[in-house]
Design a protein around this ligand. Structure first.
Ligand SMILES: [Zn+2]
Length: 151
């Protein structure tokens, strides 16, 4: 399937570039940002699903060996490590978890919905750009890096 991976290509072409991910690992944008309003990592980073490190550059690639189930498992593990799964389960059990305005009380369903949301976001980005495109993100805005050509 078509997925997003961490890439060093175009790293350093923006002064705010950061790269703590491992080249070639699967990455995801964050769907739920952390509560820290000053945090610019959640806004700009792609998170490595194996290293959990963030990078500002991701590439759209075809990975025939990766299935949606693989991606879902990797997303689930990453969310679990971040503590997001615990928060979602607690919120669902206390009736405080909403998806698109609907309260979700079943914790399993709530976690499934969150993994779905990440898969959908990755799929939407992969549909929007051809394979090989290096992309940056700023919140929901995802844009291709333009290669700088020497004059
Ligand atoms: Zn954050």
């Amino acid at each position: 399937m078509r997925v997003l991976i961490a890439t060093r290509e175009q790293q350093g072409t923006s002064p705010s570039d950061e790269d703590f991910a491992v080249e070639g690992e699967l990455v995801t944008p964050v769907v739920i940002e952390c509560p820290d309003a000053m945090c610019d990592v959640c806004t700009r980073a792609w998170f490595g699903l194996a290293s959990h490190g963030g990078t500002t550059t991701a590439m759209v690639v075809d990975r025939p060996g990766v299935t949606e189930l693989d991606l879902r498992r990797a997303l689930h593990e990453w969310l679990d490590c971040r503590g997001t799964i615990d928060l979602i389960v607690q919120a669902a059990e206390s009736g405080a978890y909403e998806v698109d305005g609907t309260v979700v009380v079943d914790p399993v369903e709530a976690v499934d919905e969150l993994v779905d949301a990440h898969v959908a976001e990755i799929a939407a980005i992969c549909r929007a750009f051809p394979a090989g495109t290096v992309v940056s993100r700023l919140g929901d805005l995802v844009s291709p890096r333009v290669t700088q050509r020497a004059a």
